[in-house]
Design a protein around this ligand. Structure first.
Ligand code: SAM
Length: 344
């Protein structure tokens, strides 16, 4: 599969409904809507496109054309052969777009909009996820500063033992075809390792759109789903990768749901890496967590686990599989690593 063909990608990996509605003869149609469920149309049409190679380019193109602040994008359905995306937007300053209340949607789109509201209304209402998204949009310049200066000159790759870390991931990954990092943030480590390994489909997902566009990595398909609500098909990826994200769930129930989702969408194995509760450390990891991650970068995660809790939640979610645990330590703290082997 060519990873840059969006239509094929979404047909293969997502459970998208096909609505027999003649809304467009182009390849892509974009439902632009805001938090109050007003829709935005250019004259009486939703934006349509024929290029289907990179969703991040499309996000850029639409943001620039209409001067929009896009908060999320996600696939909605197919209307015949047209792939429909939803773009949730914040501010709309464009004079080219008309703000249309639901009861004035043109007839041609009525069923499609109803489908969108009925099926996706809940996708982004969780307050944790909304805070996560808003914070990332608001403090993106701090992230850039962190990337450009702090990581380059203070918490250097050497201090973070990047090379050893990537080697460890390389050795864990099985020789397979497809892999998803369900919450990649601005990290490209997995993408590097997976392409070296020869993975053909590499997906970087994160609910915060701003991180995705920071360092687009060649041949990676970027998705912007809230992993807690998505339409990814079961057994869709050989390997699912998740680093430092369990503590972003708002409870143990949230963590268990996430582990369950990883089980559903993976076929061969799951790699979970999670920093051990930095508040239990003395010294640098505790200080970095408090001052750099929480106070400066406004990291929202609070549901940290210690080593025993990590092993306990992972082992009880994956009772029937072989699990290999490991530990990785660098200047930022201690990380628990679990490789859950589902099949060869
Ligand atoms: C601490 S960062 C880790 C990023 C990256 N995995 C790394 O190790 O550098 C946690 C990431 O999880 C993402 N995240 C949190 N909740 C999510 C959700 N429900 N769906 C998808 N991503 C989520 C955040 O946006 C953030 O980028």
């Amino acid at each position: 599969m060519k990873t840059n063909d969006l239509t094929r990608f979404y047909k293969k990996h997502y459970n998208l409904k096909v609505l027999k509605l003649p809304v467009s003869n182009k390849k892509l149609l974009v439902l632009v809507f805001d938090d109050k469920y007003y829709y935005y149309l250019e004259k009486d049409k939703f934006p349509e496109y024929n290029k289907t190679n990179s969703i991040l380019n499309l996000v850029d193109e639409i943001s620039n054309t209409y001067k929009l602040k896009i908060k999320n994008y996600y696939p909605v359905c197919f209307c015949n052969d047209t792939l429909v995306f939803a773009f949730r937007v914040g501010n709309v300053e464009s004079s080219e777009l008309n703000r249309v209340p639901i009861n004035q949607i043109p007839d041609k789109y009525k069923k499609l909009v109803k489908f969108h509201i009925d099926n996706f209304n809940l996708s982004y209402i969780s307050s944790t996820v909304n805070t996560e998204i808003e914070t990332s949009l608001k403090y993106i310049n701090r992230y850039k500063f962190h990337e450009k200066y702090i990581k380059r000159y203070i918490l250097t790759e050497k201090k973070r033992k990047k090379a050893e870390f990537k080697k460890m991931i390389y050795d864990i990954l099985p020789n397979k075809e497809s892999i998803i990092d369900i919450s990649c943030g601005d990290s490209t480590d997995l993408f590097e390792v997976a392409s070296k390994h020869g993975y053909k489909t590499v997906v970087g997902n994160d609910v915060c759109i701003k991180y995705l566009s920071q360092t687009p990595y060649k041949n990676v398909v970027y998705t912007n789903d809230n992993v807690e609500y998505n339409n990814i098909k079961n057994n869709s990826y050989d390997v699912v990768f998740c680093k430092n994200t369990l503590h972003h769930m708002n409870s143990l129930i949230g963590i268990n749901n996430l582990l369950n989702l990883m089980d559903n969408i993976s076929k061969t194995g799951i790699v979970i890496i999670e920093i051990i509760d930095p508040r239990e450390h003395l010294g640098l990891p505790k200080l970095l967590n408090k001052w750099l991650y929480r106070k400066f970068l406004k990291d929202n995660g609070e549901c940290f686990l210690n080593e025993m809790q990590f092993k306990s939640v992972v082992s009880s979610s994956f009772k029937e599989y072989d699990i290999k645990y490991d530990m990785f330590t660098n200047i930022l703290g201690k990380y628990m690593v679990a490789y859950i082997k589902k099949e060869d």
